[in-house]
Ligand binder design. Structure first.
Ligand code: PXL
Length: 276
């Protein structure tokens, strides 16, 4: 046995019954990135490759108690959020992460699934903006989420800079605006990282795959794992982006709809992956 535990990370997020996104993606990613994953479930979604047909959120106290149980005994070196579901859960998360030492805090402001199904109740956007985003070490919206959070109807490369600045003004130390959904450069996946001083462009080849379920969760989780292992935010985001790019290359069809990004590339040799 080992004499010391590996680094630990906590995800505060929802369950995806299809196994591609949410807590399931986070825990797979944590393992692949050498970190022991812990979780505080916020909601249980009912979903498959065709979409989210509903979700059941947990009582806010259940979320608080899970975070307390993990942090006061196991201890974590970094924490991320995913689907927070409701204003009540968001208020509870903001309170508990302020009270306890959860390490660097990565906020993935999940609002909807890739099918466009809502994962956040309507009244919760303001709570997310006011209570959780300001506490973030790093907030990782895609352009659509950045528009919702800021109210700015921006597009393209210039728009990414504008929303990065507007989000930074809300209080987080770093902002990563993901341009995967940008319209003006289909060949590249361009993200903008901003710390209030300089802007860093992160570019990866864009791999055409319809099976991108879990992309944002995997990027945020891989980044959180890298932070838990001691990397600074910029290096951690670079590591997270490299991880998710490989996972998009490893994506696969599932069911009749959108398949997930793959984590198999990290645990199986290429020959083993082609076996049924
Ligand atoms: O990918 C965002 C996301 C996060 N969390 C849960 C989800 C999804 C997308 O479907 O289901 C639980």
């Amino acid at each position: 046995m080992r004499t010391t535990p590996p680094p630990r990370a906590l995800t505060i997020a929802g369950s995806d019954s299809g196994g591609g996104a949410g807590v399931q993606a986070d825990l797979k990613t944590f393992l692949c990135c050498g970190v022991h994953g812990t979780c505080a479930l916020t909601a249980v979604t009912v979903q498959n490759s065709l979409g989210v047909s509903g979700f059941y959120e947990l009582p806010a106290s259940a979320v608080t108690e899970q975070v307390e149980a993990v942090v006061t005994d196991i201890g974590v070196q970094a924490t991320k959020t995913g689907m927070l579901a409701s204003a009540a859960v968001i208020e509870a998360v903001a309170a508990v992460v302020t009270r306890l030492d959860v390490g660097p805090f990565v906020v993935d402001p999940v609002c909807a699934s890739q099918h466009g199904d809502p994962l956040l109740r309507q009244d919760a956007l303001e709570a997310l903006r006011e209570l959780v985003v300001p506490l973030a070490t790093l907030v990782t919206p895609n352009l659509a989420e950045a528009r919702l959070l800021t109210g700015l109807d921006v597009r393209g490369r210039e728009g990414m800079s504008e929303v990065a600045r507007a989000l930074h003004a809300m209080g987080p130390a770093w902002v990563l605006v993901k341009g995967g959904h940008a319209e003006d450069d289909p060949g590249r996946a361009l993200d903008v990282l901003f710390d209030g001083k300089g802007e860093i462009e992160l570019v990866a080849d864009r791999h055409a795959s319809p099976h991108t379920h879990g992309t944002g969760d995997t990027l945020a989780a891989a980044t959180t794992a890298a932070v838990a292992r001691g990397l600074g935010v910029e290096d951690a985001v670079r590591a997270g982006k490299a991880f998710v790019t490989a996972a998009i290359v490893d994506s696969f069809p599932l069911g009749a709809g959108l398949g997930p990004v793959g984590h198999f590339w990290r645990v199986l040799a290429p020959d083993d992956r082609s076996q049924p």
